[in-house]
Design a protein around this ligand. Structure first.
Ligand SMILES: Nc1ncnc2c1ncn2[C@@H]1O[C@H](COP(=O)(O)OP(=O)(O)O)[C@@H](O)[C@H]1O
Ligand SMILES: [Mg+2]
Length: 245
């Protein structure tokens, strides 16, 4: 469905991605794992067209999409739930949902309507007139996901959706993600919650310092303690920082 080939991305003069190769098949759930600063968000932003690779290319359903603008990439069927959620705090829940379809009308089939979103996310239905700013963190995250669904993606990119959420909300998030997959949507998950990753994903990629350092099936990854210890557990510096907080 999608393939990244030797993708190099920069923030101005800083070379961040050093030749990323990654592929996703239709219907898969694939994770992109790695410590803070590994380059996960940069990879997702590059797929979405928010950064243009200086080298390499991204192919989606047989078409080169690298170099295209974010709105063009969205119209091709890729949606993004950003790490910072980026919901509109002054708009209501309903307005936040509707805005996701602005500029998409020619590409929409009517699979996702506000009514259907409210069936899937009853909590958002209860809060439909509330402004984004007045939602809890969990509700904001659900809204960010719901908004992405409104653009009717074939591929959904989720960046650290579980971050900062209470365990019960993480459980709901996991359930929602399963339902999204059951709808036939392919998912690329950037996640720190390894339990959620192994519960949901078919395959995992691990990044370190802007490179893919591991790729394996869920079974292989679960059995590979070495890769988890080496690339995914907290570094001693991070542990010290967390202890000080
Ligand atoms: N806007 C930016 N400008 C310059 N450097 C950035 C910017 N955003 C991220 N970086 C750097 O790029 C690297 C990868 O960051 P990022 O992709 O956000 O990592 P991750 O999502 O894996 O935590 C880090 O070294 C980070 O400091
Ligand atoms: Mg990130």
């Amino acid at each position: 469905m999608m393939k990244l080939e030797n993708v190099h991305s920069y923030y101005r003069t800083s070379h961040i991605l050093h030749g990323i190769d990654l592929s996703i098949e239709e219907g898969e759930v694939v994770t992109l794992l790695g410590r803070n600063g590994a380059g996960k968000t940069t990879t997702i932003r590059t797929i979405m067209g928010l950064l243009t690779p200086k080298q390499g290319q991204i192919i989606f359903r047989g078409e080169v999409i690298s170099g295209h603008k974010p709105f063009q990439i969205a119209r091709k069927g890729i949606a993004y739930v950003p790490e910072e959620r980026a919901i509109f705090v002054h708009l209501s829940v309903v307005e936040n949902l509707k805005i996701a379809q602005v500029g998409m009308h020619n590409n929409l089939k009517g699979t996702w309507t506000v009514e259907r979103i409210f069936e899937k996310f009853p909590r958002l239905a209860e809060r439909k007139t509330h402004r984004g700013a007045n939602l809890s963190g969990g509700e904001q995250q659900m809204l960010a996901i719901a908004r992405a669904l409104m653009s009717e993606p074939a591929l959904l990119l989720m960046d650290e959706a579980s971050e900062g959420l209470a365990p019960i909300i993480v459980e709901q998030l996991q359930k929602i993600t399963r339902e999204i997959v059951a709808e036939g949507i392919t998912v690329l998950l950037v996640e720190q919650n390894l339990d959620m990753c192994t519960a949901l994903a078919n395959r995992h990629y691990v990044m370190d310092q802007g490179r893919i350092v591991y790729c394996g099936t869920n079974e292989e990854f679960i059995a590979n303690e070495e890769v988890r210890d080496r690339y995914l557990t907290l570094s001693s510096v991070e542990r010290t920082l967390e202890a000080e907080e």
